[in-house]
Write a protein that binds this ligand. Structure first.
Ligand code: C2E
Ligand code: CA
Ligand code: CA
Length: 748
């Protein structure tokens, strides 16, 4: 064996020679057990020569020895090849050194491997130097890349003309610098005190929408507030903080690195490098922290630019007078709100119009008018919630978008709150001005599914506008009812209301003061709505005129009027009755058919019936109206001009119609003093000249009664004599009056 190993030379000579080598040297057998170690080996490793004998060569390895290198070495040795490589080895005292190891297999003549000879060189210093150089090089490359990237970002920031583009450039840079798969730029909104996302990179499409809507408000979370004041980059996971979980959920991420950016002690935004769920675990090395801090410096410029751009854009979106959104911005905002609303979430549009604003302008001048509008805008803005959007879309018209509602009642609450704030006079340019808003609103549920958001927004504004007009018109009639009810539901409910017996007809007496008796009753309709209760005619008649239910209503009222006439006759009282006819009669044929039917069926004669028409009606479609009225008059029906004095028809025109009486509008009766008296006198004279009866409406007080008597008018109607009451009550009142004096009793 020995002979083979030494290849002929005596072993002592070889040992001697190996001991002379300055490099450490080992000889091991085929099983890698040490058979010889030279003196230099002892010097390098601290192991005595005889300590090593019989041990496996592995004894030099230690905890930090690179496994891959050891594997490669073993692989080489088992196949009988040589090995040369750097291995981290350990001395006897536990200290490590880099060992440049050269192992040579030794074979016999037949090529059979029987020993390994190895040389170990301590190359620790060299390896360290080389590693340092490598790191320095890598760092130089990285820095160059970072620098190039930052330069690129800076260039793109200069080119970006929208905050969206800036957000996108910045987040792209964050992603590249951090090596994350997603990134976002959060921008601090000073006005709203919240953080929003200005741009993202690497987000899958299904997340972009939620992210764009994302907002964080530090007022809601002290943990978040604390986090945002500290500008050091931090790794956030689900365990980090109470606010992290929802954010991670939104980003579908396990971890993100956040770098709050400050300027002048104020938060400007946050850089977010985000690792998607399941991505390799993120860490935050000092190197990454440094790079992100570098980017934060550039971000500062970006934030300033974003703020500027937003401001410029805002100015274009704002109404110069009030600072509210202008029409186009508001329509855009509404379309946006409609598209983004969630399942089951309602959006309301409030349409507010200043009542008689023109009067303010005319009386106080445009300067004060502007001031009033500014104040009203401020009041409305302060009465709504943070998330609501207020805009001015016309001279004195404001719109409020109310997102995220659950029901109509919530919209109504806002309407009430706005109205309540305007209960007091406002001060404008040293003047005290009473302002009232007519506010109507429409709910997104009224327009169904949104296909084209712009069209939906316009439709909703139109509906709110229409609702506002109704509110304005119905104001004087019944404020309480009008505020609670859904005019659009009313519209639908009105169909078939007559058939379902929901209409009530009340009768108000008309008296002849000189004769001291009731001479007629006026039929006044009400609607007993299943939800809203008894509604006055002004709330539903305008709807009826539009939706074609007027004919049904006329039919029901005429039938009741005929019943009244028949019953009154049975009591021996005056059976005269008057019925109001819509100003927009869609079908005269139907009307005449109903009259004929009702008044012949109940055995009454047409002479008992007076139809009341509003003056303005005569002016439109004149010839047809003339013809139809003549037909009715020929039957014996009497024709009264209602609300006389408020229309515009010329007096001579009256002669062309078969009119039998005039009803002086209550506004003349309520106008006190000489002027009122003079006007009424003129009307009484006119009536006499035309051979017409004259009736004064709305008589409420003894003074009015006296004035009318003095003016020569003795037919009257009003609360002083009796309010409108149900048919049975009207009949029993009539019966009670049929005493010897036949006097009317005065209602209180
Ligand atoms: P109108 O024809 O001028 O009816 C008189 C209105 O004045 C009634 O209001 C009545 O309740 C109210 N009134 C009566 N006495 C006084 C008073 O002393 N002082 C005051 N301030 N008001 C008094 P109502 O019932 O709310 O009706 C409002 C209007 O609705 C009517 O005005 C009429 O134009 C219309 N209307 C009522 N019933 C019908 C109907 O069956 N068909 C049609 N087409 N219109 C109707
Ligand atoms: Ca009337
Ligand atoms: Ca009237």
């Amino acid at each position: 064996m020995k002979k083979e190993m030494t290849g002929g030379a005596p072993p002592e000579v070889l040992a001697e020679a190996l001991n002379k080598l300055s490099d450490a040297s080992l000889v091991a057998d085929a099983d890698q057990r040490v058979v010889f170690a030279n003196e230099a080996f002892e010097r390098v490793t601290g192991y005595q020569q005889d300590e090593t004998l019989g041990r496996n060569c592995r004894f030099l390895q230690g905890p930090a020895t690179d496994h891959a290198t050891v594997e490669a070495m073993h692989a080489a040795l088992t196949t009988g090849e040589g090995f040369r490589g750097e291995v981290l080895n350990y001395r006897k005292d536990g200290s490590s050194f880099w060992n440049l190891l050269t192992i040579t297999p030794i074979r016999d003549d037949q090529g059979r491997l029987h020993h390994f000879a190895s040389v170990q060189q301590d190359v620790t210093d060299e390896v360290r130097r080389r590693r340092e150089l490598e790191e320095a090089l890598a760092e130089a490359i990285r820095q160059r890349r970072s620098r190039d990237l930052l330069l690129d970002v800076a260039r793109r920031l200069g080119e970006a003309t929208s905050s969206g583009a800036l957000g996108a450039s910045m987040s792209e840079a964050i992603r590249q610098l951090a090596g994350s798969d997603r990134a976002a730029l959060g921008v601090w909104d000073d006005d709203a005190s919240r953080l929003r996302i200005a741009g993202t990179s690497g987000f899958p499409p299904h997340l972009t929408e939620g992210t764009a809507r994302f907002q964080l408000s530090p007022t809601k979370s002290s943990a978040l507030a604390e986090f945002l004041v500290d500008p050091t980059p931090r790794l956030i996971t689900a365990l980090s903080s109470p606010f992290s979980r929802p954010v991670l959920q939104l980003f579908e991420s396990d971890a993100f690195v956040a770098v709050p950016v400050h300027a002048d002690g104020h938060l400007r935004g946050v850089l977010l490098a985000i690792w998607s769920a399941g991505a390799p675990m993120a860490t935050i090395s000092t190197d990454l922290a440094d790079r992100l801090t570098g980017l934060a410096g550039l971000a500062l410029v970006a934030f300033e630019t974003v703020r500027l751009l937003d401001r410029v854009r805002q100015a274009a979106d704002r109404d110069a007078l009030t600072g509210l959104l202008n029409r186009s911005a508001l329509e855009r905002a509404l379309a946006d709100t409609l598209t983004r609303r969630e399942e089951g979430e309602l959006v309301a549009v409030l349409f507010a119009d200043v009542d008689r604003f023109k009067r303010v302008n005319d009386a106080l001048g445009h300067g004060v008018g502007d001031e009033v509008l500014r104040t009203v805008a401020r009041i409305v803005d302060s009465a709504v919630r943070d998330r609501d959007v207020v805009g001015r879309i016309g001279g004195d018209e404001l719109i409020v978008i109310l997102p995220r509602l659950r029901n109509r009642a919530e919209a109504q609450e806002v309407v009430d709150r706005i109205s309540a704030r305007l209960d007091h006079p406002i001060h404008a340019a040293g003047q005290r001005v009473y302002i009232r808003l007519s506010i109507g609103f429409a709910m997104s549920s009224e327009i169904g599914a949104v296909e084209d958001p712009d069209e939906a927004a316009a439709a909703l504004i139109r509906r709110a506008d229409a609702a506002m007009y109704r509110v304005k018109a119905d104001r004087s009639a019944n404020r309480a009812a009008e505020t609670d009810m859904d005019l659009l539901a009313l519209d639908a409910d009105l169909h078939g209301a007559a058939g379902r017996g929901e209409l009530r007809v009340l009768f108000q007496p008309l008296v002849d003061v000189s004769a001291g008796r009731v001479v007629c009753h006026e039929a006044l309709v009400r609607w007993m709505h299943p939800r809203f209760g008894l509604l006055p005619p002004s709330t539903f008649l305008p709807l009826a005129e539009d939706n074609g239910t007027m004919t049904e209503i006329d039919e029901a009222v005429l039938a009741e009027a005929a019943r009244f006439a028949a019953e009154a006759e049975r009591l021996g009282a005056d059976p005269s009755v008057s019925v109001n006819v819509s100003t927009r009669q869609s079908s005269w044929e139907d009307l005449i058919a109903h009259i004929t039917e009702s008044f012949s069926r109940d055995g009454g004669s047409f002479e008992r019936l007076t139809l009341e028409l509003i003056e303005t009606h005569l002016a439109t479609d004149m010839h047809n109206v003339q013809r139809q009225l003549t037909r009715l008059r020929d039957l014996g029906v009497r024709i009264a001009i209602d609300d006389f004095g408020t229309g515009y028809s010329s007096l001579s025109q009256l002669q062309d119609f078969p009119v039998t009486e005039l009803k002086i509008d209550k506004s003349f009766v309520h106008r006190a003093g000489a002027l009122g008296l003079g006007l009424i006198r003129a009307m009484v004279h006119l009536a006499r000249d035309l051979d017409l009866r004259i009736v004064a409406e709305g008589v409420e007080t003894e003074e009015q009664l006296a004035m009318l008597t003095a003016a020569g008018c003795d037919r009257m109607q009003g609360y002083l004599f009796g309010r409108p009451v149900p048919l049975d009550e009207a009949l029993s009142n009539l019966a009670a009056r049929e005493g010897p004096e036949r006097r009317f009793s005065r209602a209180t």
